[in-house]
Design a protein around this ligand. Structure first.
Ligand code: SF4
Ligand code: SF4
Length: 126
């Protein structure tokens, strides 16, 4: 995922991507914030990611949204589920959803599809 401007996504109270189990890596250019983190070892490399709960959800997700809104890592700020949906083929989406028994990935793509369709409709009226 590229790093550009913060995504313009009408998230509302949705927190699906925060609960989908994806690792949120902390990068050098992320905000200077005392994040709760975990180290991820991949071969000979070690990465720092936001800590996750036992169910895979980010430790900062709450029933009403992100507990550190305004300080979230850049990966969170630029994430756009509608763009993710549109960037994958149906087969890719189905394969990724099938690998996730929690159902959050399937729900994430469903939300992305909903917002993608809204976006297309709005753009067509301009
Ligand atoms: S899944 Fe989409 S709508 Fe939901 S919180 Fe993430 S970016 Fe926002
Ligand atoms: S830091 Fe906030 S926006 Fe990022 S995954 Fe956690 S709860 Fe979601």
């Amino acid at each position: 995922m590229g790093r550009t401007e913060p995504a313009e996504v009408a998230c509302g109270g949705c927190t699906l991507c925060c609960r989908s189990g994806e690792l949120i890596l902390i990068m050098d250019d992320d905000p200077d914030y005392p994040y709760e983190t975990q180290e991820i070892v991949a071969g000979e490399r070690t990465f720092t990611a936001l800590a996750r709960r036992a169910d895979g959800a980010c430790v900062y997700v709450t029933d009403t949204g992100c507990a550190i809104h305004g300080h979230a890592p850049l990966t969170c700020q630029v994430f756009d589920c509608a763009a993710l949906y549109a960037s994958k083929t149906r087969r890719q989406r189905r394969t990724m959803a099938a690998r996730d028994p929690s159902g959050y990935v399937a729900a994430l793509y469903a939300r992305g599809r909903e917002l993608h369709r809204l976006r297309i409709g709005l753009e067509a009226k301009r």
